[in-house]
Design a protein around this ligand. Structure first.
Ligand code: SF4
Length: 347
């Protein structure tokens, strides 16, 4: 099996093609992990280079109307202190991020009806005056709302599929439909966003076949960005007793995604670092080329508690910038000064 999987990897490094069975075989074989990570690192180097794109993350509301079973800010969790930043606070954090040199502002929040598309469009127009890219991560919206936000200047949108296993998805995300998720991703593509998706690794009843389907789905929709995170059970959710995801399994899914989608942007996710104190650097050496430092200030960081043990909740934005810059330099990589869009032309 070892030899066969090494051959599979060697071929995929050139062709960027893997079958479902081959992905399952790679995921099941832990003897080839380092070969897989090294292959993904070479593909990353060849297609997107050694620069790391930093995206400044503002977690602007932890109020959400949804009840996803795995999520710490689900509506049903009464143990989390809720907050909603004002427009002035959001613009203040964004301005500071611009002053720190960030080229992308990511606005992330729960599905909070207070923030209508009109309110968000005003905020986006203000931020765009700084010649930075704006990424949204605010869940499912109506088609016309996605259109309005794109017209206001939003560049990118992150909407994880979470899992392509429809049955599992609808079990874990009550009253949400897989079809609507796909409709949202279609809308985003149609309106010209850079489209981000991704999945959780280690969900209860998730199989290797299902993870293989996730990666093939990312390739099928030609995603521009993919965020992969291990599932970390939150004690205030119905999945508190679940086993949770494994750092290396999540890293493997991420590495395979890099091999199949060589020129996309892939973040080293915060959840990776929660499971391994060097997780983001290991991820950057296994296919990732993006880091999303948190620029939300003060106590809000700890209230945006999607999962326990989240890193950096007591740090300031300055701490985060210095810390991640040092880590990136320590592995011989540099921080990009560009807006960091996907470079589809490079081959
Ligand atoms: S995963 Fe997203 S949509 Fe689901 S409860 Fe959490 S914030 Fe809300």
């Amino acid at each position: 099996m070892l030899k066969q999987n090494l051959e599979i990897l060697e071929n995929a490094e050139q062709s960027h093609i893997l079958t479902r069975e081959e992905i399952v075989s790679l995921l099941a074989d832990d003897t080839i992990n380092q070969d897989l990570f090294d292959t993904a690192d070479r593909v990353r180097h060849k297609y997107v280079g050694d620069e790391v794109h930093l995206r400044a993350l503002i977690e602007f509301t932890n109020i959400c109307k949804r009840n996803c079973l795995y999520c710490g800010i689900r509506k049903g969790n009464k143990n989390v202190q809720r907050y909603r930043l004002s427009k002035e606070q959001i613009l203040d954090f964004a301005q500071k991020a611009v002053n720190y040199g960030y080229k992308t502002i990511v606005l992330q929040g729960g599905e909070d009806a207070f923030f209508t598309a009109e309110i968000l469009a005003d905020i986006i127009r203000e931020i765009k005056k700084n010649n930075v890219a704006v990424t949204l991560s605010i869940g499912e919206l109506e088609t016309k709302e996605y259109e309005l936000l794109k017209n206001a200047g939003a560049d990118r949108f992150l909407l994880r599929i979470e899992t392509t296993d429809k049955r599992l998805y609808e079990e874990l995300d009550p009253y949400m439909s897989h079809e609507n998720r796909l409709r949202c991703l279609d809308d985003l593509r149609r309106f010209g966003y850079e489209v981000g998706s991704g999945c959780l690794v280690g969900l209860p009843n998730q199989t290797l076949e299902s993870l293989a389907d996730d990666v093939l789905f990312f390739q099928k929709i030609d995603a521009d960005m993919i965020g992969i995170g291990p599932f970390i059970p939150n004690e205030d959710t119905p999945l508190k007793d679940a086993k949770g995801g494994d750092f290396y399994q999540a890293l493997k899914v991420m590495a395979i995604t890099r091999i199949l989608l060589p020129n996309i942007n892939i973040p080293a996710t915060t959840a990776m670092e929660t499971l391994n104190k060097n997780g983001r650097i290991i991820a950057l050496q296994s296919g990732a080329n993006v880091v999303m430092p948190n620029v939300t200030e003060g106590e809000y960081r700890q209230f945006y508690a999607l999962y326990p043990g989240k890193i950096c909740i007591n740090d300031t934005p300055e701490d985060c910038k210095n810390c991640i810059s040092g880590k990136i330099a320590s592995i011989g990589r540099t921080i990009s000064t560009e807006l960091g869009f996907r470079q589809k032309m490079i081959d």
